[in-house]
Design a binder for this molecule. Structure first.
Ligand SMILES: Cc1cc2nc3c(=O)[nH]c(=O)nc-3n(C[C@H](O)[C@H](O)[C@H](O)COP(=O)(O)OP(=O)(O)OC[C@H]3O[C@@H](n4cnc5c(N)ncnc54)[C@H](O)[C@@H]3O)c2cc1C
Length: 219
C-alpha cells in the first residue's frame, strides 16, 4: 500500500502490516493500480505519463460441455478455431486441435462497460444466449450440455482493474519517462515494454529483465 524512502533505504509497507526494506524496488502492478500506492515524490512525479498509455478491459467466459455439440451439428465446423459474431459476447474459440468440448468467449474494449453490472452467473447466461443466437439453436439445448463454467470481468478484479495495455501515439514517450532508471522505485511490466507486442507475458518478462539488468549495471 505504500513505498517510502527512509534513512537511505526503501521501505515497503503492506496493507496487512508487514514492512520490508530494500535498496531499490521494481513496481510491476497493472497501470490502474499505480496511483493507489503511496510513492516517494520522485516516482510519483512520473505517474502523469500513465495517462498516455492505453489500458483496456476483457471479459472472458469458459464453458465446458458434455459433448462438442457444435462439431456434431455441422461437419464443416469440425476444425473450427475462432468464431466472430455481432452477439453480446462476440468472439469464441475452441480448443482445436485438442478435442475437449470447451468454448471460450471473449469480449474486449470500451463496450465491455455495457456489461458492467453482470456478475459471473449473468455473464455465463449472456454467453449461452450468444451461442444460441449464433448457431440458431434453442438456448436450453445448449444449456443442457453445460457441465462447468466460469466467467471473469477483469475490470472487477481488484488486483488487475482491467486486462492489458495498448499503445497510443504518445505511449513511447510515456514509457521512456516511466522506464527511466533514476530513483529508488523503478517501474516495469507489460505496459512498459517498448517492443511490438505490449499486453503479453513475453512483454512483461522482457520489461522485467531490462529493469533488473539496469539495476545490476548500477544505472
Ligand atoms: C483475459 C486475459 C487473457 C490474456 N491472454 C494472454 C495470452 O494469451 N498471451 C499473453 O501473452 N498474454 C495474455 N494476457 C496478458 C498477460 O496476462 C499480461 O500481459 C501479463 O500478465 C502482464 O504481466 P505483468 O507482470 O506486467 O502484470 P500482472 O500479471 O498483472 O501482474 C501484476 C501483479 O501485481 C499484483 N498487484 C496488484 N496490486 C498490487 C499491490 N497493491 N501490491 C502488491 N501486488 C499487487 C497483482 O496481483 C499481479 O499479480 C491476457 C490477459 C488477460 C486479462
Amino acid at each position: 500500500s505504500a513505498i517510502a524512502e527512509e534513512g537511505g533505504a526503501v521501505i515497503v509497507r503492506c496493507a496487512g502490516g508487514d514492512v520490508h526494506a530494500c535498496d531499490r524496488m521494481i513496481l510491476t502492478v497493472p497501470l490502474p493500480l499505480l496511483r493507489e500506492i503511496a510513492l516517494p515524490a520522485g516516482a510519483r512525479a512520473k505517474l502523469a505519463a500513465v495517462d498516455d498509455i492505453g489500458f483496456g478491459n476483457v471479459i472472458k467466459i469458459l464453458l465446458r460441455f458434455a459433448r462438442p455439440w457444435w462439431r456434431e451439428r455441422k461437419e464443416d465446423l469440425a476444425d473450427m478455431t475462432f468464431l466472430l459474431s455481432d452477439e453480446a459476447i462476440p468472439v469464441w474459440w475452441t480448443r482445436y486441435p485438442d478435442q475437449h468440448p470447451v468454448l471460450t468467449g471473449w469480449f474486449g474494449g470500451p463496450r465491455t462497460a455495457e456489461l458492467e453490472s453482470l456478475d459471473a452467473r449473468a455473464l455465463i447466461d449472456a454467453g449461452l444466449g450468444s451461442l444460441a443466437a449464433i448457431f440458431g439453436l434453442p438456448r436450453d439445448h445448449i444449456a443442457r450440455e453445460l457441465v462447468a463454467s466460469a466467467a471473469t470481468n477483469w475490470a472487477h478484479d481488484p488486483f488487475a482493474r482491467g486486462a492489458y495495455s495498448w499503445a497510443t501515439p504518445r505511449t513511447r514517450a510515456a514509457q521512456a519517462i516511466l522506464a527511466r532508471g533514476d530513483g529508488s522505485v523503478l517501474f516495469s511490466g507489460e505496459a512498459l515494454y517498448r517492443g511490438r507486442d505490449m499486453g503479453t507475458v513475453e512483454a512483461a518478462l522482457a520489461s522485467g529483465l531490462e529493469t533488473a539488468d539496469m539495476i545490476l549495471r548500477g544505472q
